[in-house]
Design a protein. Structure first.
Length: 302
């Protein structure tokens, strides 16, 4: 373990795998320093064999007063995001664990308190997504190629029905990053399955294991609410045929495991509930909603 240990036990541990993305990682850490200083948060950066100055940067930040309170980092060697996330969870100390990416910038000080409140109010909530959720449905068509995995009849992305999705948390089947999981839940169902290395469908598998264990999986569009900004894939680039083949293999593995459960449970009513919103968050929500409605009206008129 590199860097100094924070003096207080955090409530939320934010796990950030990174590989050769120093400039973007710096912005991510700066965003947490700006909007979460003094909150019960630690960042656990998992440095995956970087060769671009990331280690020196993390040593530098870890030695600061802020870093001693909020940042730790560990080294791995070309382990890939899935294994790095699992290693970060194992090293983390919070009762809530966030799977974050190194190109996601925190933008609001109200997000962490709201996340803590959501899990505090809903003891049946195992995992909360901060962007769009996924719902899955039985589909008789074969999965022959990467595109078949994304067929809308089989897989639908959602943040819940408009306009209530501005103020409600919506139960879903599975999530994509970023998300937060209750440590008690992770301890019961186990970490991300490394059978899905190097990439994708590991999170969907985790979501179905969480639901099978009796917890709910839910999502809220916090990025749309202005709580954080996701820059996008700054290191992956164009998806290659090799990448798609790996994802196809993992998608088939997921469906082999979980298609009977999809058949059984797809028709259920998915729960929703109000966000535990502070006055600051209400104001931010209103601003973002007005902007979104203005864009809709503009698009209709043009």
């Amino acid at each position: 373990m590199a860097g100094s240990s924070p003096p207080a036990i955090p409530v939320l541990s934010v796990v950030i795998p990174t590989f050769n993305n120093h400039a973007i990682l710096r912005r991510t850490i700066d965003s947490w320093r700006t909007y979460a200083t003094g909150q019960a948060v630690e960042l656990v950066v998992v440095e995956d064999g970087c060769r671009d100055g990331t280690r020196a940067f993390l040593d530098e930040v870890s030695a600061t007063e802020w870093g001693r309170s909020h940042l730790r980092w560990i080294h791995m060697d070309d382990a890939h995001e899935l294994r790095c996330t699992n290693a970060g969870f194992a090293a983390a100390r919070g009762q809530l664990l966030a799977a974050w990416q190194d190109d996601m910038f925190l933008s609001a000080s109200w997000l962490v308190p709201e996340l803590i409140a959501v899990f505090g109010e809903r003891t049946d909530l195992g995992q909360l997504g901060l962007s769009r959720g996924l719902n899955m449905y039985p589909h008789a068509g074969a999965i022959d190629c990467w595109d078949d995995l994304l067929d809308w009849q089989r897989l639908q992305s959602t943040i819940g029905p408009f306009p209530w999705n501005w103020i409600r948390v919506q139960e879903v089947d599975a999530l994509v990053r970023p998300w937060v999981i209750r440590r008690e839940c992770l301890d019961k169902v186990g970490a991300l399955d490394e059978a899905f290395v190097p990439t994708e469908w590991d999170e969907a598998d985790l979501g179905f294991r969480i639901r099978a264990a009796g917890w709910k999986v839910a999502a809220c569009g916090y990025e749309r609410l202005g709580a954080y900004h996701h820059l996008g894939s700054s290191t992956v680039g164009v998806l290659s045929d090799t990448y798609k083949a790996r994802v196809l293999r993992n998608g088939r593995l997921f469906h082999d495991r979980w298609d009977p459960e999809i058949e059984r449970s797809h028709h259920r009513t998915r729960d929703s509930w109000l966000r535990p919103v502070s006055m600051t968050a209400w104001t931010a929500t209103g601003v973002q909603a007005v902007r979104a409605l203005s864009r809709r009206l503009t698009d209709r008129l043009t």
